[in-house]
Design a binder for this molecule. Structure first.
Ligand SMILES: Cc1cc2nc3c(=O)[nH]c(=O)nc-3n(C[C@H](O)[C@H](O)[C@H](O)COP(=O)(O)OP(=O)(O)OC[C@H]3O[C@@H](n4cnc5c(N)ncnc54)[C@H](O)[C@@H]3O)c2cc1C
Length: 535
């Protein structure tokens, strides 16, 4: 075991909540160690619907969550301007829907009261003809529609921007590092024992340990001998590598739940399910039934959906607070900051529940609790302090493209990830040669991400720069990406090949549930080609 280090606080979990807490505490002047067993945002945060939203759905049973998350969403969109974009929904109303057009409009009128909090526009009511003009792919059976505005976000970059700022303010942040146990002194938690990517076990002392492990929080709290009870709920998405519509579209599923077809910046996400989950959090399968359930619901309002070819699925488990009896969908998205001193365990705090759309507030309140325990007085500044890349305005993308010799679309994409730091990424990363044409990513960005953003695998590169996120799903770029990362990390030829093979196998698991007949044939060929290649 390597010798121990000492910090004010150790935060376990590098999802949006843990990253937000680490940033908040560092900005308040505390020394922080942040540990993530996989990659930043690789848990529930990355598997979300990629939306910063207020949740009009919760208005029916949890008004406070809508108000809280809308208000916090307002702060998030102003500190992370480069990462967010407007997502406009068309909510078509069909005969026999749960809500008729009047009820739907009334709900939107109520939601409009919250919309200014997150800088979104009020709804509009559309006649049948107006709705079909806006999106001709909608079913002609519709009676009318209402619009609703939310924000889209890249959750992987949002998490990483928080990690990056925490590090800039003194944090030590380690990914691929799993906490295997807590260090205890009688009834007090005094640190953590963790296993790094090299397999070496180390110890770190901390005055407070924060458990921010989302759905894994019962497992980690178990290390301290205290229970945290959740009602974990699994959700899946189907991903299409392009925009099917310029609008996002909502639909009712066969059991009356709300489904969404969300038009993100360069792809469409169709989701989501919400089912009690009892399985292994580290190995979650997407079932064919779940895929069919989503397609069936969307098909009712968007009849041609089955003609489009998905590239993959995603899945994650919501860290919902425990409640007996209610349907999964009706569970509150409230959160709770638990100081386990109340159960006789000092120095240990858990944050459980909540949503990505209010991660900043969850981080603020957890950090407040930690500061109280440490007797540390410093105000929270994260509501107004910009995340990295937002401190100044971005240069016009055409200028950046000309200056650095990259296509304009590549410059735009780079700016969405790095904001005003995009130029620095290109200059420092070297060549502006494109790594992948379908999702224009430059080799410079991947080089930069490997040098400075803790990319250690091709899957990390997917989260940091969007590698293999486009229509080719990696077919055209993973080999070259393996070379670029391998060059930076000093991998041998066989290590590079192994990294590519591992990525192709891993991404196959997410693709299998949406491969039609042609997709399986193509997949067999791709896998065969891989087997035929030698390092
Ligand atoms: C299908 C789906 C769609 C959703 N859509 C939205 C949405 O659009 N908008 C929204 O606001 N919310 C959405 N949510 C909810 C939102 O994603 C979550 O509430 C939020 O991302 C939880 O973040 P977290 O940091 O608490 O958990 P996570 O992101 O899961 O982070 C916890 C981290 O802890 C790490 N960890 C676990 N154990 C250990 C250990 N022993 N050592 C070190 N690290 C460990 C994990 O690897 C993980 O990365 C959605 C959820 C799901 C499932």
């Amino acid at each position: 075991m390597s010798p121990s280090s000492a910090h004010d606080v150790c935060v376990i979990g590098g999802g949006v909540t843990g990253a937000g807490i680490a940033r908040d505490l560092c900005l308040r002047g505390l020394s922080v160690l942040l540990l993530e067993k996989g990659d930043w945002g690789g848990g529930t945060s990355g598997a979300s619907s990629w939306m910063i939203h207020g949740g009009p759905r919760y208005l029916e049973f949890d008004w406070d969550t809508t108000r809280t998350s809308t208000k916090d969403a307002g702060y998030i969109v102003s500190i992370a301007r480069n990462l967010v974009y407007r997502v406009v929904f068309l909510i078509p109303v069909l005969p026999h829907d749960r809500n008729n057009i009047e009820r739907m409009e009334t709900a939107m009128e109520v939601y409009d009261r919250f919309q200014p909090l997150k800088k979104a526009h009020p709804h509009r009511r559309l006649s049948r003809a107006e709705a079909l003009q806006a999106e001709p792919g909608l079913t002609p059976d519709l009676i009318g529609a209402v619009t609703m505005e939310e924000w889209g976000v890249d959750p992987h970059r949002l998490v990483y921007a928080n990690v990056q700022d925490a590090v800039a303010h003194g944090a030590r942040a380690l990914n691929h590092t799993r906490v295997v146990d807590l260090v205890r002194d009688g009834g007090k938690v005094i640190g953590v024992r963790y296993r790094g990517p090299d397999g070496v076990i180390s110890e770190a002392r901390a005055r407070v340990v924060v458990n921010a492990t989302g759905p894994w929080s019962p497992e980690v709290s178990g290390m301290a001998g205290v229970p945290v009870q959740l009602r974990p709920a699994k959700g899946i998405h189907i991903i299409y590598p392009h925009r099917i519509s310029n609008f996002s579209i909502s639909a009712e599923s066969i059991d009356g739940r709300d489904l969404l077809m969300v038009s993100h910046s360069g792809f469409t996400l169709l989701g989501t399910t919400d089912d009690d989950f009892y399985g292994d959090l580290d190995s979650i399968d997407v079932l064919q039934d779940e895929v069919d359930y989503l397609l069936q619901g969307i098909e009712r309002v968007f009849p041609t959906i089955r003609r489009y070819r998905p590239v993959r699925t995603t899945t994650g488990v919501r860290p919902t607070l425990y409640k007996w009896r209610r349907y999964e969908d009706e569970l509150s998205r409230r959160y709770e900051v638990i100081d386990h001193a109340g159960e006789g365990v000092e120095g240990f705090v858990t944050i459980a529940g909540g949503k990505l759309s209010m991660y900043r507030l969850m981080a603020e309140q957890t950090s407040d609790a930690v500061c109280r325990k440490l007797g540390h007085q410093a105000p929270c500044t994260t509501a107004t302090r910009p995340l990295p890349g937002n401190e100044s305005d971005v240069e016009p993308p055409a200028d950046l493209a000309r200056r650095c010799g990259v296509p304009a679309l590549a410059a735009v994409k780079l700016q969405t990830r790095h904001g005003s730091n995009a130029g620095k990424v290109l200059e420092e990363g070297g060549t502006g040669r494109l790594l992948c044409r379908c999702e224009p990513i430059t080799e410079a960005e991947l080089t930069f991400a490997t040098r400075h953003e803790q990319v250690r695998s091709l899957a990390d590169a997917f989260r940091r720069v969007g590698l293999a996120g486009g229509p080719c799903a990696g077919a055209a770029c993973v080999m070259r990406a393996g070379e670029v990362i391998g060059h930076e990390l000093g991998w041998s030829a066989s290590q590079r090949f192994e990294a590519v093979r591992e990525f192709v196998q891993g991404s196959w698991l997410g693709r299998a549930p949406v491969l039609g007949h042609a997709g399986w044939v193509q997949e067999e060929m791709a896998q065969g080609a891989m087997r035929g290649l030698k390092a």
